[in-house]
Design a protein around this ligand. Structure first.
Ligand code: AMP
Length: 371
């Protein structure tokens, strides 16, 4: 691609160099990887979101995350997972290669903004249903998220919801990184915090935390660090039983067993009737008792006793939205976890990411007026 195909826009402190087909850029958010802009795509004639990944190969953590995100986004195909519309780099050679721009469908707000609102049962249960469907689709490709949080979930006015990212890689990714960006850990499950093995229902915990936050209007477990996070969990839910303790690694077990013991609170105390909207007129299972029952089954410290994704989708508070296509649509191609295990040099990451961008452009060159 030649330089005259691009326009440069200054967005705050950031410079977006994008294909001329994208106009009217404005900032809509920022995350660990950089800034996201809304724009108008004059070719597809629709509004889009453009995320700039600045030098994504600058270190292991950034590179793995960018590569993984790109590979998985190409793989998935579900209405509750964000879809990739285009990818480009303004640099024309490998030597000059710096930035990757991901173009996605544009949504209206992230869930942090929506959680604050007074939502009725229809909206709460529909949002939870869509999170479950999106997560189930990822699970069917062998991707277990483990880091679902409101800032990585976006919604539209019509209450449709999409998951933006694909969570933690199986290995590393947790490595120390010098970044001014604060990592939110409030939604991480006990098995992640305590470094245990995990199953698919690790993601139920995060969805339960988000659901609980919608009801209570505040973060369920706002820990300042891993240790405080664990304390916040046991203060509300109670110290787990010895059977759970016996499955911890010795050092962690020693620490956890020596924390003060808490009896925990009942679901009725944590989620009293006054916190809920009035029961739905249209669906008799959308009421405070049903919502509380589901919350009680999701926010369980021991994953062996926590509800599964399948069971949650079939719970009376959620099942009202059941659509076979959404729940059991075709799974994505399997994800090659080899990416997660890669520990390679910055130069090799640069090469891998560059090749992916070029391959994408080749594959999509003839689609909708070219990439
Ligand atoms: P990310 O860098 O993916 O973590 O996104 C950072 C923030 O940008 C999100 O919390 C959203 O507020 C916003 N954002 C990202 N992607 C989109 C999108 N496709 N539509 C609307 N807003 C988005």
């Amino acid at each position: 691609m030649s330089q005259d195909e691009f326009d440069t826009h200054d967005i705050g402190d950031s410079r977006f160099t994008v294909l001329k087909r994208y106009t009217h850029l404005r900032s809509v958010g920022s995350g660990a990887q950089g800034i996201v802009c809304a724009a108008y795509d004059t070719v597809l004639k629709q509004h889009v979101a453009i995320k700039k990944l600045s030098r994504p190969f600058q270190n292991q953590t950034h590179a793995k995350r960018a590569y993984r995100e790109f590979v998985i986004m190409k793989l998935v195909n579900h209405k509750n997972i964000i879809q990739l519309l285009n990818v480009f780099t303004p640099q024309s050679t490998f030597e000059q290669f710096q930035d990757v721009y991901l173009v996605m469908e544009l949504m209206d707000a992230n869930l942090c903004q929506v959680i604050q609102m007074d939502l009725d049962h229809e909206r709460v249960s529909y949002l939870v249903y869509q999170m479950l469907c999106g997560i189930k689709h990822l699970h069917s490709a062998g991707i277990i998220h483990r880091d679902l949080k409101p800032s990585n979930i976006v919604v539209k006015q019509d209450c449709s919801l999409k998951i933006l990212d694909f969570g933690l890689a199986r290995t590393a990714g947790m490595a120390f990184m010098m970044t001014p960006y604060v990592v939110t850990r409030y939604y991480r499950a006990p098995e992640v915090i305590l470094g245990m093995g995990y199953e698919a229902n690790v993601d139920i915990w995060s969805i339960g935390c988000i659901f609980g936050e919608m009801v209570r209007g505040g973060v369920m477990f706002p820990g300042t660090d891993h240790i405080d996070q664990w304390t916040k969990i046991i203060e509300l839910l109670g110290t787990p039983c010895s059977d759970f303790m016996s499955r911890l690694q010795a050092t962690v077990r020693n620490y956890v067993e020596n924390r003060p013991k808490f009896p925990g609170h009942s679901a009725e105390q944590l989620f009293p009737d006054v916190l809920f909207p009035t029961p739905s007129q249209d669906h008799e299972t959308l009421n405070a008792n049903m919502a509380r029952d589901l919350l009680k089954r999701m926010l369980v410290i021991d994953p062996d006793k926590r509800i599964s994704v399948e069971e949650a989708i079939n719970h009376p508070y959620i099942r009202v939205w059941y659509d076979e296509e959404e729940v059991n649509g075709p799974p994505p191609g399997p994800y090659d976890h080899g990416v997660d295990e890669k520990e390679i040099s910055v130069e090799t990451w640069k090469d891998l990411i560059y090749k992916e961008v070029v391959a994408y452009q080749k594959e999509n060159a003839n689609v909708q007026g070219g990439a």
